[in-house]
Ligand binder design. Structure first.
Ligand code: NAP
Ligand code: 8YV
Length: 311
């Protein structure tokens, strides 16, 4: 008999197919009465797969749950402390996405500095022909990039931007002595010293709103804010106000406070470049992430060490 697996949210097709081949899959997201659905399968369930979401109530409803295999490196949507307290293991999908997420950060930075999207619109609107060349943009050689969160992806961003001739500095909870970049213990001080601020730290309560008015003002009217971390990391009202008032030069955003909702004020501004949370969204990277979700479940059922445990 196949082991049972709970699918909390819809998953990518290749993950769904692999899980259906190996397990009896229960789709929580299709249940009308979630409580009754969970009660019926609770006894037989030791493992769940999810697109980054699992709360304490779900864990409480499944007394035999031993593993949550989560898609995505960020696990701010999983109640990790509750899982820990219940002895439930949690896995994520790190490293395989570093390259593409870092590329997204670099693209947003270059797109803002060269006003790439703005000039595309300028041309399409017939303004090149009617009004001539647009104003000059800015180069990035020699400019300072402050990285909020010099982790796996942050280090990849740093290495890529060094090739463009940028000066890299970083902020986190502690200095990393093996890194060649200058560390700032204060995010505001780092923003004041930076032309670009890139957020690539985890979301969740510890980082909620840390890119606030003070930090954005320190970055200043010639500064650009790039967020490829989580929308919760920036104070969205403060960000919009800073951009509208000209206290902040530009922004390149992949993430928002209430996805998929994006405030109209951001959509209306020419100095803002927007992506619908596409950091890891390439065929190759999403396949590799899905393979880790599948691999962690297989390791759990084979009694082998988990591939990428968080807890
Ligand atoms: P990671 O290796 O764990 O790195 C996280 C970095 O953030 C570390 O350098 C850490 O340094 C710093 N950090 C942690 N807590 C902090 C705090 N309270 N204040 C300041 N800095 C803090 O994680 P990763 O694999 O690079 O991924 C980072 C995040 O990127 C994920 O959690 C996810 O939210 C986001 N992400 C977004 C996308 C997308 O599609 N846009 C894709 C992938 C990941 P210290 O420990 O020294 O503080
Ligand atoms: C995904 C991400 O878009 O890995 C993460 O933390 O934010 C992205 O890679 C997300 O996990 C898909 O739900």
């Amino acid at each position: 008999m196949k082991p049972h697996v709970l699918m909390v949210t819809p998953m990518m097709q290749h993950v769904t197919s692999a899980l259906e081949d190996a397990y009896t899959v229960h789709r929580l997201f299709e249940a009308c009465d979630r409580k009754a659905f969970l009660a019926e399968i609770a006894g037989s369930l030791t493992a769940a797969a999810t697109m980054g979401r699992a709360d304490a109530a779900l864990m409480e409803a499944l007394p035999n749950l031993k593993l949550i295999s989560s898609f995505g490196v960020g696990y701010d949507g999983v109640d990790i402390e509750h899982a820990r307290s219940r002895g439930i293991r949690v896995t994520n999908t790190p490293d395989v996405l570093n390259d593409d997420v870092a590329n997204m950060a670099v693209m947003l930075l270059l797109t803002c500095s060269r006003r790439f999207v703005e000039w595309d619109r300028y041309l399409r609107a017939g303004r090149w022909e009617a009004e001539g060349d647009p104003p000059l943009a800015r180069g990035i050689r020699g400019r300072t990039v402050g990285i909020l969160g010099l982790g796996r992806i942050g280090k990849d961003i740093a290495r890529k931007l060094e090739i463009f001739g940028c000066e890299i500095v970083y902020h986190g909870r502690s200095a990393q002595d093996d890194q060649p970049y200058r560390f700032y213990g204060s995010l505001t001080d780092m923003a004041a010293a930076s032309d670009y601020l890139i957020a690539i730290c985890p979301g969740g309560d510890a980082t909620r709103g840390i890119v606030n008015k003070e930090v954005l003002d320190a970055l200043g009217p010639d500064g650009t804010f790039i967020n490829v971390a989580r929308g919760s990391v920036h104070d969205e009202e403060a960000l919009i106000a800073a951009l509208q008032d000209g206290r902040l030069g530009a922004a390149g955003l992949d993430v928002y406070v209430q996805e998929p909702h994006v405030p109209a004020a951001l959509i209306e501004m020419d100095n803002v470049v927007l992506q619908p949370h596409q950091g890891s969204a390439t065929v190759e990277t999403r396949k590799a992430m899905g393979d880790l979700v599948i691999g962690n479940l297989a390791a759990h059922f084979a009694g082998k060490p988990l591939l990428t445990p968080v807890v």
